[in-house]
Ligand binder design. Sequence first.
Ligand code: NAP
Length: 284
Amino acid sequence: MSSTQNKLLAIIGHPIGHSLSPLMHNTALHALGLDYDYRPIDIEPSQLKEAIQELSTQGCMGFNVTIPHKQTIIQLLQDVDEEARTIGAVNTVIIKNGKLHGYNTDVDGVAKSLERYRSSVDGKKVVLLGAGGAARAVLFCLLNQFKPAGISLAMRSVERGKELAGSFGQKHSITVLSLADPSLHQLVTEATFVINATPVGMTPNVSASPLPKTTAFHRGQIVFDLIYTPIQTTLLKIAAAKGAITIGGLEMFLHQGAKTFELFTGKQMPLDVVRKVVEQELTH
Ligand code: NAP
């Protein structure tokens, strides 16, 4: 890379075309007049090691990591932040003096999305759907920054759910069950907070929902869907129609991005400018 070119930042994943991270980061970089260029780079799993070595030799300062590399990249990094190691997933890598340092900023995104609803989490029952990388970040956040009375984890592979619950230690009260378990209906009815961390309902399968239309959502409940494409998923529509408060994944997306931006540049992301541009892109 010649010295006249902008400093390189990136997001790596496979596929990567759908990602709104380039729009978010380039909007923020442009607004602050910073001479970085943030690019999407499609990397197949078999090419991961060579590709990140190449990014490092090209002078890349840092990159985001998305599906399917969030877990597998850990073994290729020289240093992994304690939170990211406990969660078992990295979504941000900073390259300094040729060394790769891994972080998980999804936790910051989850924490910022939940903070204003703290009184509906602490001392209350929570249902979390999914057992992938995002579910791991949500569970870590719930266990370390909130005090729920109990957490029910529902997913399609109970084995994977047990592994997830077990990786956070035995001292926490976590019930693991299948999404198909008939008792899930009652647990959802009793919960104050219901969180979807599966991709069910994401574009292009927007009519799908991880919970059926007949779910007895009610007033006093909060339903948080991590998905942000579409902004309002079918799950959120079902919950809102029955009086529950709903939260989409956009705030989490913006806040994990803001934390990453700070790691990349040392500066605060201009959130209002970025929110407006990303919202426009999602609703046009
Ligand atoms: P992931 O690691 O691939 O995990 C996905 C989880 O959902 C797994 O537990 C998987 O089950 C389950 N799942 C997949 N398809 C399913 C289906 N048809 N029915 C039931 N369960 C299904 O993905 P992730 O990184 O955790 O992401 C999950 C969702 O969160 C995605 O929609 C992503 O866009 C969203 N997300 C949003 C943000 C944000 O900033 N708002 C950040 C991160 C992720 P198995 O274990 O059986 O495969």
